[in-house]
Design a protein around this ligand. Structure first.
Ligand SMILES: [Fe+2]
Length: 281
């Protein structure tokens, strides 16, 4: 009987470890090594992934279904009306429009959303150097209803990049710090391959293996990844620091077409565009 109880306790300890962080499922490049246990969304947590096909940007609408408070992550100015319609149709109140960083490839929708949905406040990291109603500091909590995201600095693509983590749902919004099987470029806006490598390895790859990662973009039709998948299969960040720096310093990418327009506008969180429009009226 005592042997049986001992075995049962060993099994429960193992299962506990598995459910706590899924780490025991990874580490080897064997078949299924990237497959982790799924953490389901809470019933009162709304998650919508929206897309801009021009810049391949994902915008995320999150909300507390019970108290109706909502936030948007990385809205795009051309889609502000779409976002407003969804928010209104679902009977939600947009509390914050949040950016993961100062984008160079599109203008943020935060400024336009503030005028479309009065009461909404813009957010971006203090370290981004951009203006917003609320400048976020490391470990700040973005609260909506009973839910919240924690602000984790992940610089390297830009100086002010942050990742937003929701531990209860087992998800993180990585911006351009980590893309699915890729990462943001590091050759402008204070970017640095060494800093990005450290950010991802110390702040994203240290999250539980089964956390789902939602990036700011995907150019190949993929929508989500996990910590385990990226640790194994990210063709850049699974390499050594030396190899990563070599890869990033030899991308030879063209300058983004939108940068001249997007960065000045995003420096004021898109309010630039709103003022221009208001001036026309
Ligand atoms: Fe970016």
């Amino acid at each position: 009987m005592s042997i049986l109880l001992n075995r049962l306790s060993q099994l429960l300890t193992f299962t506990g470890q598995l459910f706590r962080n899924g780490r025991s499922l990874i580490g080897n490049r064997h078949r299924g090594g990237a497959l982790t246990l799924h953490i389901p969304f809470s019933k009162d947590f709304l998650f919508r992934q929206l897309f801009d096909p021009v810049s391949s940007t994902y915008t995320y609408l999150l909300a507390d279904i019970i108290n109706k408070e909502a936030i948007l992550i990385d809205p795009v100015i051309e889609w502000a009306e779409r976002d407003k319609t969804i928010i209104e149709e679902l009977g939600l109140n947009l509390k914050y429009a949040v950016n993961t960083h100062m984008h160079a490839d599109h203008i943020t929708g935060t400024g336009r959303l503030k005028s479309l949905l009065p009461g909404c406040r813009s957010m971006i990291s203090h370290s981004s150097g951009a203006e917003a109603d609320i400048l976020l500091e490391p470990r700040d909590r973005i609260k909506f209803g009973r839910h919240y995201l924690v602000v984790i600095p992940t610089p390297g693509h830009t100086e002010g990049c942050v990742t937003y983590v929701c531990d209860e749902q087992g998800i993180a919004f990585t911006g351009d710090a980590l893309l699915i099987r890729g990462c943001g470029r590091t050759d402008f806006q204070g970017g640095s391959p060494e800093v990005l490598y450290k950010s991802v390895h110390e702040n994203i790859f240290t999250l539980p293996a089964n956390y789902r990662l939602y990036p700011a973009h995907d150019y190949n039709g993929r929508t989500v990844t996990t910590v385990a998948e990226e640790k194994l299969y990210n063709p850049r960040l699974s390499k050594s620091l030396k190899e990563f720096v070599e890869i990033m310093n030899n991308l030879n990418l063209p300058y983004p077409k939108m940068i001249e327009k997007a960065v000045p506008a995003n420096k004021v969180c898109g309010v630039f565009e709103v003022n221009k429009e208001e001036g026309k009226q």
